[in-house]
Design a protein around this ligand. Structure first.
Ligand SMILES: [Zn+2]
Length: 225
């Protein structure tokens, strides 16, 4: 017996957001507590869950105007960003209706809308990197390696820029975890030397959590191979 879309739909509820662009009250799907089970934390510190991956639901799209962003900072838009969107939004852009259950392809489509708005509103590098990384990893979930690599490369490049230009916490992430993720991205796109360079900086940081320390040690072993 497999899990069908009906069962999955019952695992979701509507969370209310205020769209920062058109000010409408909108609803977005989120997973009910206890409806998906934590399996493991992978090398990239991404939680694997069954049967639903929570991060398939972290891109929020306004049903009224189509503005899209990520749950982490969805309701935040500066006056300049609103102005940028008004000036740069494609004249034919229309909000799209999505099915209640988001599979990988729907999730990718929603994150791509978030990336489109991140571009036109001139979001920070770190915000674009976060979105690109989600898209890359979800492409990886469905075995599309070409697109996975393309988006993980964007994420690595943008996070490298963020490391130079932005102040910690960068998009809510403190330095050890940020560097760990940068190392992970480098590793995933086959830049092993850069991965080693970033991970060695995490090792020398005294404020790392026990969980992160353990992951760093595992990662160092993998990088030695
Ligand atoms: Zn809106």
């Amino acid at each position: 017996m497999g899990t069908n879309d009906n069962d999955l739909a019952e695992s979701l509820y509507d969370k209310t957001y205020t769209c920062p662009f058109c000010k409408s009250k909108i609803k977005s799907k989120e997973i009910r507590k206890g409806k998906t089970v934590f399996v493991e934390l992978d090398l990239g510190l991404r939680g694997k869950y069954e049967p639903i991956m929570p991060d398939y639901y972290f891109a929020i799209v306004c049903s009224e105007c189509g503005y899209a962003g990520v749950a982490k900072n969805f309701e935040k838009l500066s006056a300049i960003q609103i102005k940028n969107i008004k000036e740069k939004i494609h004249p034919n852009y229309k909000p799209k209706v999505f099915p209640p259950v988001y599979d990988a392809n729907v999730a990718i489509e929603r994150y791509k809308l978030a990336l489109y708005f991140a571009e036109i509103k001139s979001a920070d590098f770190s915000e674009k990197a976060y979105i690109a990384q989600k898209i890359g990893l979800i492409y990886g979930d469905i075995g599309n390696i070409e697109e996975e690599q393309k988006f993980l490369k964007y994420a690595y490049s943008w996070d490298s820029d963020a490391y130079i230009e932005e102040d910690f916490p960068i998009f809510g992430i403190e330095e050890p975890q940020f560097l760990y993720n940068l190392a992970y991205l480098a590793y995933r796109i086959d830049k092993k030397d850069e991965a080693k360079r970033h991970i060695s900086k995490v090792m020398t940081n005294r404020d790392i959590s026990a969980t992160l320390k353990e992951k760093v040690e595992d990662f160092m072993e993998i990088l030695k191979e």
